[in-house]
Design a protein. Structure first.
Length: 573
């Protein structure tokens, strides 16, 4: 669940802290009070692009942070590990986003920096958000197909189909590249042949460039190297007072010492070893110096060789490893074009076999989708009846089609809100109130089939009222028994069904408007519901009405919770 949200310097918000609860969290407030800032902050945490115009006037930086307390689903856990994010022992996920007036931004999950792409993927597993305009997505055939596949738990079947579809697309692209015009083929063959010759002539080795640079460094300092080498040789063996000559004097003295002290004779072999080591070291340094002196053209060759690498890297915009890979790919492409007729025949055979596999997988997917569609229709119809469409008819029209990325089926959700009316596609429904209720029905059904722990509804109750609004509130409370739900609403009939209610209000502090959020206790909640019923000026009548609505909603919540509790079986004695 979403445990807490902190906002700093976002639009009207100076500093805002709110702790949410399980169940249905209702957020209310007058129009323009800043309720949308809650949704805006959450959208930022879910990976939406930051708009620097949202930064509070005069502030340097906006910061938004949320804490999620939850048992991690396997998919989320795997994503966190793959992204190098530590998973806390308490199953807490801290998501933070910051951006400045210059547009620079940073985002963190459990104090680990992440990209916007990773943040968005994490957000998709944490929160399902639905706003007042999101019902447009319900008109999309792709969205409708996604709803069916999620309801039917057809992830494995869809993944198998998509893998074969992607393979087919790759083969088609390769075949298309082989069947361009003759003149284009001739030009491509010439170009590819030139590239192969150029890269082969260079005889590149992945490690050679670094070797050249190291040797250049040595030869570029030849004078200093020769100077130090000569000084070393002088000290070791060449000078009159060299180490070798001094050691020879020591050996003579050691011979005399051994004649007087027999135990010192063992040191004579050590002295001989030292003399040999000094001579070997001096010879090695001398060889190094002779190698540098012996090839004056080597430095020029190294410069020319390095220029070959730099030229090819500039030309093809790649590293040496990429150049070697490009050579292999270019050779393969050249072979394909030079033997294109044979390649086309092979690809056609692969495409025909693959098409049969794809159609078989598509038909298998359809056989799974059709019974799932019947169950989905039953489930959505039941939810629509709870939302005031007692006589409504909902259906899913199947149409076979050509293979696409998501299968070989085209779906159309159809709806007749009143008896005697023909079934029409959802896009033909003009009422946004009807569309909002259909979307709520879909979300309610999917809430039982997905693992997203938090649902957010932003004014899903637009253009409804009265009994319908009450039923929407009851339905949100029902969903909230299985998921945490946040609902921003302007309808008292919806707000009274919340387990907890927050009010957003504007205040003027030091000449500036600031938005605040308050968790309402029982008396203040009655006053807020009364305001929603009758406007800014509350009366005894509106207060009594508010109290009555809250009492009825509370009793209904308790009743529904009891009904949802599993019944204990009577045991025999």
């Amino acid at each position: 669940m979403l445990q807490s949200l902190q906002i700093k310097n976002l639009a009207l918000v100076d500093t805002l802290n709110v702790e949410f609860e399980s169940g249905l969290n209702v957020i209310t407030g007058e129009t323009g009070a800043g309720k949308s800032m809650i949704v805006g902050a959450l959208n930022l945490l879910l990976g939406e692009r930051a708009d620097k115009t949202l930064l509070r006037t005069g502030a340097d930086q906006c910061v938004v942070e949320a804490v999620f307390q939850m048992a991690r689903p396997d998919e989320l856990h795997a994503l966190l590990q793959a992204s190098g994010i530590e998973c806390g022992a308490e199953d807490r996920l801290i998501v933070k986003r910051a951006f400045t007036a210059s547009g620079a931004g940073r985002q963190f999950v459990n104090n680990s920096p992440v990209t916007l792409q990773v943040l968005k993927r994490i957000g998709e597993l944490l929160v399902d958000m639905h706003g007042p305009h999101d019902h447009q997505s319900l008109l999309s055939a792709d969205f409708q197909l996604n709803v069916l596949d999620a309801f039917g738990r057809l992830e494995k079947e869809l993944a198998a189909y998509r893998a074969e579809y992607d393979c087919q697309q790759a083969l088609l692209a390769r075949r298309q590249a082989l069947t361009i015009g003759e003149a284009d083929i001739a030009r491509q063959v010439d170009l590819l042949a030139f590239q192969v010759r150029e890269l082969e002539a260079a005889a590149l080795r992945e490690e050679e460039e670094a070797e050249i640079i190291r040797e250049q460094n040595v030869l570029g300092n030849a004078q200093a190297i020769l100077q130090w080498a000569e000084e070393i040789r002088q000290v070791l063996t060449e000078a009159e007072e060299s180490a070798f000559n001094r050691l020879a004097a020591a050996q003579q003295a050691l011979d005399k010492l051994a004649a007087l002290v027999p135990s010192a004779a063992g040191w004579k072999s050590e002295a001989r070893t030292l003399a040999e080591q000094i001579q070997d070291l001096s010879a090695g340094v001398g060889a190094l110096a002779r190698n540098i002196e012996g090839d004056p053209g080597r430095l020029q060759w190294l410069d020319d060789r390095l220029a070959v690498y730099q030229k090819l890297k500039r030309k093809y915009g790649a590293s040496v490893a990429d150049l070697l890979k490009l050579l292999d790919q270019t050779r393969e492409r050249l072979r394909d074009l030079q033997t294109r007729d044979e390649q086309v025949r092979k690809l056609d055979a692969e495409l025909n076999a693959g098409r049969q596999r794809l159609e078989a997988l598509g038909q298998a997917l359809r056989r799974k989708r059709e019974p799932a569609a019947k169950q989905l229709v039953k489930a959505i119809t039941a939810e629509l009846q709870d939302l005031g469409f007692e006589k409504a008819a909902f259906a899913i029209a199947f149409s076979p089609g050509e293979p696409r990325a998501d299968g070989m089926d085209t779906l159309d959700f159809t709806f007749a809100p009143n008896p005697g009316e023909p079934q029409r596609p959802l896009r033909a429904i003009a009422s946004s109130g009807e569309m909002s209720r259909v979307m709520l029905a879909v979300k309610t059904v999917l809430a039982e089939h997905d693992r997203i722990p938090v649902l957010i509804f932003d004014e899903i109750d637009v253009n409804i009222g009265g009994k319908t609004a009450r039923r929407v509130g009851e339905k949100l409370a029902e969903v909230a028994r299985r998921r945490q739900v946040l609902c921003i609403t302007h309808l008292p009939q919806v707000a009274v069904h919340g387990n907890v209610q927050f009010a957003v209000e504007k205040r003027v502090q030091n000449g500036r408007t600031v938005a605040h959020i308050i968790k309402l206790d029982s008396p203040s909640r009655i006053e807020e519901i009364a305001r929603m019923l009758g406007g800014r000026d509350t009366t005894r009548v509106t207060l009594d009405h508010a109290r009555e609505l809250l009492e009825k909603a509370s009793a209904n919540i308790v009743l529904k919770a009891v009904e949802a509790r599993p019944q204990r079986k009577e045991s025999g004695s």
